[in-house]
Every structure is written in structure tokens, then in C-alpha cells.
Write a protein that binds this ligand. Structure first.
Ligand SMILES: NC(=O)c1ccc[n+]([C@@H]2O[C@H](COP(=O)([O-])OP(=O)(O)OC[C@H]3O[C@@H](n4cnc5c(N)ncnc54)[C@H](OP(=O)(O)O)[C@@H]3O)[C@@H](O)[C@H]2O)c1
Length: 226
């Protein structure tokens, strides 16, 4: 299987990269900043291809030329949280923060799919969009976090449109919540290790036929309300 992952340089994206390589797949790992971890993995795996892509920008010609003829799975993982602490409160969140997070967490995954959709396997291609429970209206009992919640909720609804639009071509879309994962995004304070989160989400992707296209599913298999 050819797997393309965005934000692959660290955190959950790096975890997905390692997982799919270990399971014998060919990975197109798209990074913005290369911390050296991907280069180290290149020494271990021939099936790892490194592509630089800041997903807020169009893909470069050299990236497009480096892609395979078909892609079986796109994981839209790259994301940002935006201002920390109470920087996203009703009082303090700024238009600039709203725009910045929306650009990375919602517009960029749409751009990635627009750029790559012709290459997705038909039938059988899968798009996995990494949202967050923070983007669920049904799950929102604590309020706040305006920029991140809004961008991740917008990713949920564009994923649903992708699911509807691409279903006739046999392409499935899944929206994933990774859990609260120990990565830089949460100052390594999460409850779940990257490996556990990634194993759970990859298992859901492998059993995608058990889910309606456009379903919102947590790493532990629980359905998340829109
Ligand atoms: N950790 C959690 O508890 C949690 C919970 C729910 C959802 N999520 C979601 O899971 C995904 C991965 O998060 P994480 O926890 O692994 O976060 P992370 O450790 O902060 O890693 C974020 C990754 O996204 C990349 N990225 C950010 N902006 C980018 C851009 N413009 N172009 C390309 N890559 C970009 C970063 O690259 P650089 O190294 O260049 O910055 C980094 O590789 C995100 O979508 C996040 O919202 C995480």
C-alpha cells in the first residue's frame, strides 16, 4: 500500500510513518521541518520517501514528480493548536489566531485532497482526516478554545462533504480523534502514547468497511458525535 502522511516529522505523524513502514508499506512522509528522525528512519527502511510540504502552500513541482502513480491512503495529520492557556478564550482569541489555525487545520487538508485526489486508488482509496474531539459540537461541554475547536469542527464538515462526493468513486473518508496523546502539542501531558493512538487509528483504517464513510471515530473505536 502507498501511504502519504502530512506532518510526519514528529508526534503522531512520525508514529504513523513508523507504523506503516514496520507493516511493510511504502510511505510518502511529508514534513515541514525535518528534525532528523525521518532521516534516521531512511537508514532503516528503503520504502520511506521524504517530501517537504508546508501544507499551507501549494505542493512544489518536485514533490508532485516524486509521488507514485497511485496512493492508497492519505493521512491528513499536520495540525496546530494555536495560542495556549487562555489565549483562545472568548475574551482573548484574536482574528489572527482564528485565521492561522483555520488555515492549517481545515484549509490545508482540503488542499492536500484537492492536490492528490486524482492519484487516489479507485475503488479502495482512503482519506483519514485527523480532527479532534475538540471539533465535536456534541462533545463540547467545556467551551473555550475557539480557534482550535472551530477549525477542527470545520474539518469534520468538509470531511463529510468529501465522503459524500467521493463515495461514487469508491473512496472512503474517515475522521479520527487520536485521544489525548503525549506529544509536543499538549506539552507531553497526554494520557495516551503515540504508539497506542496510532495502533488504534490504523486498526480503524484497516477495518474501514465497518464504518459509514464520513464517520468520526476515536482511536479506541468509540464513535464521536459531530
Ligand atoms: N496530541 C493530542 O492530544 C491530539 C489530540 C487531538 C488531535 N490531535 C491532532 O493530531 C494531529 C497531530 O498532532 P500531534 O499531537 O502529533 O502534534 P505535534 O506534535 O505538535 O505535531 C504537529 C505536526 O504537524 C506539523 N505541521 C504543523 N503545521 C504544518 C504545516 N503548515 N505544514 C506541514 N506540517 C505542519 C508539524 O510540523 P513542524 O515540526 O514543522 O512544526 C508537526 O510535524 C494534529 O492534527 C492535532 O490537531 C492531537
Amino acid at each position: 500500500m502507498n501511504v502519504l502522511i502530512t506532518g510526519a516529522g514528529r508526534g503522531i505523524g512520525l508514529g504513523f510513518t513508523e507504523y506503516y513502514l514496520k507493516h511493510g508499506h511504502t510511505v510518502y512522509a511529508c514534513y515541514r521541518t525535518e528534525s532528523g528522525k525521518l532521516t534516521t528512519l531512511c537508514d532503516q527502511y528503503n520504502d520511506l520517501n521524504l517530501l517537504q510540504w508546508d501544507v499551507t502552500r501549494p505542493a512544489s513541482d518536485s514533490l508532485l514528480q516524486s509521488l507514485p502513480g497511485h496512493i492508497d491512503l492519505i493521512i491528513n495529520n499536520a495540525g496546530i493548536y494555536g495560542p495556549k492557556k487562555d489565549g483562545q478564550s472568548l475574551q482573548k482569541v484574536t482574528p489572527e489566531a482564528m485565521h492561522e489555525v483555520y488555515e492549517v487545520d481545515c484549509i490545508a487538508p482540503l488542499r492536500v485532497v484537492q492536490t492528490l485526489q486524482e492519484k487516489l486508488s479507485r475503488p479502495g482509496g482512503v482519506i483519514a482526516n485527523i480532527s479532534s474531539k475538540m471539533g465535536s459540537s456534541g462533545d463540547n461541554t467545556s467551551g473555550g478554545t475557539y480557534a482550535y475547536r472551530a477549525a477542527k469542527a470545520a474539518l469534520v464538515i468538509i470531511s463529510k462533504s468529501m465522503a459524500v462526493d467521493l463515495q461514487p468513486e469508491g473512496i472512503s473518508v474517515i475522521i479520527l480523534h487520536p485521544g489525548w496523546v503525549r506529544t509536543d502539542m499538549v506539552g507531553l501531558t497526554g494520557l495516551v502514547d503515540v504508539s497506542e493512538s496510532v495502533a488504534g487509528m490504523s486498526g480503524i483504517i484497516e477495518n474501514i468497511e465497518n464504518y459509514e464513510s464520513g464517520a468520526f471515530v476515536a482511536f479506541d473505536g468509540q464513535i464521536v458525535p459531530y
